[in-house]
Design a protein around this ligand. Sequence first.
Ligand code: ADE
Ligand code: ZN
Length: 345
Amino acid sequence: MSVSLSAFVRGLPKAELHLHIEGTLEPELMFELAARNGVALPYADIEAVRRAYDFANLQEFLDLYYAGAQVLRTQRDFHDLAMAYFRRLHADGGVHAEIFFDPQTHTERGIPFATVVEGLLSAIAEAERTLGVTCGLILSFLRHLSEEQAFETLREAEPWLDKFIGVGLDSSELGHPPSKFARVFAEVRRRGLKVLAHAGEEGPPEYVHEALDILHVDRIDHGNRALEDATLVTRLAREGMTLTVCPLSNLKLCVVRDLHDHPMKRMLDLGLRATINSDDPAYFGGYLLANYVETARAVNLSRYDLIQLARNSFTGSFLPAADVARHLAEIDAYAAQNPGELVAS
Ligand code: ADE
Ligand code: ZN
């Protein structure tokens, strides 16, 4: 008996651990929100938006990503954006997500912190009620801004701190090492929140060392360039540090030249707790399921690898231990009920 790769992965219970909610803004919704809010877009039509998504590096993407976010203005906009993502995650067989939002992208242009957060929180409640999808929210600082601005954002976030599961660090990596934010993340940890940082996407292995030793992160977002440092790889494997890897993002941002060159298989074979995620799927051409299936085809992930990746997505999550155990048992039951060989369709 054989089973299709995409049907097998769709049915596999999975969590998404690296997703920027602003990066789920599909061109169709961008146009709808622009019309709703009277915002002028620099594109003639939806096809023109898609044609513009041709990036040579992270910064070229970020320039369009921040421009696209300008259409998000009201609580309802943030709610609709997040609900559209949860529906897609659910359709892909995702059951849990831990998602980033970038408050500074919005507060810098006069949108109140409360508008952003309340819109996202209402969608999270609706997704749990209507889809059975659970979600944790991660506030992310923009690393191209100053540490003082990150402190200011933390002060603005004060009334909602118990609603967040962690605080992350994203945006332009090169020239903005984790050490730039040492003091503000010490304060985040003092508040009992988990700490994450994008590191080793474009930045060198040294940035991953800094994220571990200076920020004391609970997860590394991306981490690809850690593979250049054998001592670091040994340490990440020994400590069971989760890497939230994003294959289609890596392809679109030229972190890898071809998906066949993607290090996902190597990461798993090295014993790293790697996970598969979609990062900014509206810009990179695929949500969670597409990331699994296209990577599996490109680097020959086995049935065992796919099950391991789904397991890693829960063991690497910030869910309570009892919930992790329940999801792992669901994966085991699913694997037992679907024993066939996988065929690449
Ligand atoms: N913000 C949104 N997506 C990002 C990525 N892949 N790297 C850094 N910052 C981001
Ligand atoms: Zn990211």
